[in-house]
Write a protein that binds this ligand. Structure first.
Ligand SMILES: Cc1ncc(COP(=O)(O)O)c(C=O)c1O
Length: 404
């Protein structure tokens, strides 16, 4: 008789964004005249840059001719893409990463959800609180956590590292030593960044304790201030203790095209075994390569013209972020983020819970955001707005909030 993976039954409630979506739908059904502006889910709205579109067209045409047709892509990605990533994202920033340490994939969500497979289920994970839910849920599914404790809003056997306004949303070292440490900077949901010396001290900590850092840099392209690390591999010793995830989704609007990559240095060994080789084995078995057309589109992101166009897009979103940040501040809100990340993290007014504020904003301003408590107990009394809307909608949403 078939049995299910009972770990799935431990998962608490619905995936955050499904609940947000359902609530908006229900509201619209009962208020059909209301025009809800969504500044909640972190999807982009700007069209793909012209250079990338040109590259897509060329690659599509190549697929229509016998001489240039491509079938299965190499498991780990085409060399033309891995080479340009290694050069532009790493070597030009002083990080020693070679093309064959880059694993091209269809996005960071799959990679940061799947990476836990190459580690023992006995490993204890540490996550920031609040946190991008994928890290925790994927470990729940794998059986690496205990049950969900409703009263604490936490899974047992997971180390939650509080990220608060007081610590600048960068965690302190936990009392219990974790085996796997998930860090994400620029951060979703808080919009915070980590300084180089802080990241270096996490690398030193991991090296001293034999832990591995799983570093999600999906929002790296949004860093605007100098002296903020773009990669964990800018830190000394990171090649021996860190894996990094990157995504083209927010960098270049690929949420619908799907492209990302994971960097695993060959020096990274656990109990003498190379994690590179385990992930290569896993990738080869369970993944058949990102599409050629999409990898060519990814290559175009690094061209001179492509880069220029993408920077314009990022500047557009960050213009929204500035507008939201300043508009909310003027309206008396306490606000964080929005400078090196497309997320604005605000403290809910009048001691409202995150969900109370969600309902209030939806019904009184017809603006939808994301309740901070959906990212973990540390997100309670916070709320996330994203800068990914159109400028027009962003301005209208903030004006509505200012009138409340
Ligand atoms: C922190 C973080 N990592 C990864 C992802 C997923 O990226 P992708 O679209 O490449 O799967 C997201 C998307 O919202 C994210 O916020």
């Amino acid at each position: 008789m078939a049995k299910i993976n009972e770990n799935y039954l431990k998962l608490a409630g619905n995936y955050l964004f499904s609940t947000v979506g359902r609530k908006i739908r229900e509201y619209q059904e009962t208020h059909p005249q209301a025009e809800v502006i969504r500044l909640g889910i972190g999807d982009v709205t700007q069209p793909i840059a012209p250079s990338v579109i040109n590259s897509l067209h060329t690659a599509v045409d190549e697929m229509g001719k016998a001489e240039t047709f491509r079938g299965y892509a190499p498991d780990l990605g085409y060399d033309f893409l891995r080479e340009v990533i290694a050069r532009k994202d790493y070597q030009e920033r002083g990080c020693s990463i070679s093309p064959d340490e880059i694993f091209v994939s269809d996005g960071a969500k799959c990679d940061c959800g799947n990476i836990q497979e190459i580690f023992s289920t006995d490993n204890v994970i540490a996550v920031c609180d609040p946190v991008y839910p994928v890290y925790v849920d994927s470990n729940v599914m794998a059986g690496r956590t205990g049950v969900y404790d409703e009263s604490l809003q936490c899974y047992r056997n997971v180390i939650y590292m509080p990220c608060t306004a007081e610590n600048g949303f960068v965690p302190e070292f936990p009392e219990q030593t974790p085996d796997l440490i998930y860090l994400c900077y620029p951060n979703n949901p808080t919009g915070a960044v980590i300084r180089k010396d802080q990241l270096q001290s996490w690398v030193d900590y991991a090296l001293a304790h034999g832990s591995v850092i799983l570093y999600d840099a999906a929002y790296e392209a949004y860093i605007s201030e100098p002296d903020i690390p773009h990669s964990i591999f800018e830190c000394r010793g990171a090649r021996e203790c860190a894996i990094e995830f990157r995504s083209f989704s927010k960098t270049a609007g690929f949420t619908g095209l799907r492209l990302g990559f994971t960097v695993i240095p060959k020096d990274l060994k656990v109990m003498g075994t190379s994690l590179w080789s385990l992930w290569a084995r896993r990738h080869g078995t369970k993944y058949n390569g990102a599409p050629y057309i999409i990898q060519r589109a990814g290559e175009a992101v690094y061209s001179e013209e492509g880069r220029k166009q993408i920077l314009q897009q990022i500047a557009y979103y960050m213009g929204n972020a500035k507008y939201i940040y300043e508009g909310l501040k003027e309206a008396g809100y306490t606000v964080y983020g929005g400078v090196n990340a497309p997320y604005i993290w605000l403290h809910t007014p009048k001691d409202m819970t995150s969900w109370e504020f969600f309902d209030y904003l939806l019904s009184e301003a017809n603006v939808a955001g994301t309740p901070g408590s959906g990212f973990g107990p540390g997100g309670e009394h916070y709320f996330r707005l994203t800068a990914f809307g159109s400028r027009e909608n962003t301005i209208r949403a903030i004006k509505r909030i200012q009138k409340l």
